[in-house]
Design a protein. Sequence first.
Length: 113
Amino acid sequence: QVQVVESGGGLVQAGGSLRLSCAASGSIFSIDMGWYRQAPGKQRELVARINSADSTTYANSAKGRFTISRDNAKNTLYLQMNSLRPEDTAVYYCNAVPGYMNWGQGTQVTVSS
């Protein structure tokens, strides 16, 4: 089964940007992939998804600020996050949509006000 490793998180001020990466151990070429996040005390939610045709959809909270992309040659998924807000603070994970892969450790994003 494909394993994923997320990276790129960190501490950033409100209004700042981060680019998250998700390296997969195998091909993700034909897989619908997504970025999820889980804030303390909240359920994990899907914030962005990209299908095998590179069509993208976003949660309302991410529209206009986040961009999901993929590099199939590198088996890597990305999430460009701009205009970050304190409410974006969470652990971010990548997985297939639905999330049938083993979950990685995630990458922490903390946005200070």
